[in-house]
Design a protein around this ligand. Structure first.
Ligand SMILES: [Zn+2]
Length: 114
């Protein structure tokens, strides 16, 4: 749902991964199981993470694009995206990568519960 531009525009898979991680929510969680508190948590983290990313990109004097297509300094503060097989910063378990709707998706199966 976070990647469905007809519902909410502007979130790519990098930010979708980071938003789900910040919410401690599995990217596999079905939207029709979200309660009002889950929705509020999502909205708060969408705003916080996109704001942080805009500031990081906007303050880069010479922004650059990595081989992963990540532009600007925000990539230095990624908590879960591109961290396959590395330890979760929150619980120290292993981050996994899966595919959801054909998109590479990174998450911690221990602390991001469905
Ligand atoms: Zn974790």
């Amino acid at each position: 749902m976070l990647l469905d531009q007809s519902i909410i525009a502007g979130i790519g898979n990098i930010y979708a991964d980071e938003i789900c991680f910040a919410c401690a929510m599995s990217p596999l969680k079905r939207v029709d199981t979200l309660n009002i508190d889950d929705c509020k948590l999502l909205i708060d983290n969408i705003q916080a993470i996109l704001s942080k990313a805009i500031i990081a990109g906007g303050t880069t004097i010479r922004s650059y694009t990595s081989s992963l297509g990540i532009t600007g300094r925000f990539q230095l503060s990624l908590n879960v995206h591109t961290r396959k097989d590395q330890l979760c910063y929150r619980c120290n378990k292993v981050i996994i990568k899966t595919k959801i709707s054909g998109r590479g998706t990174y998450y911690c199966p221990n602390c991001q519960k469905e």
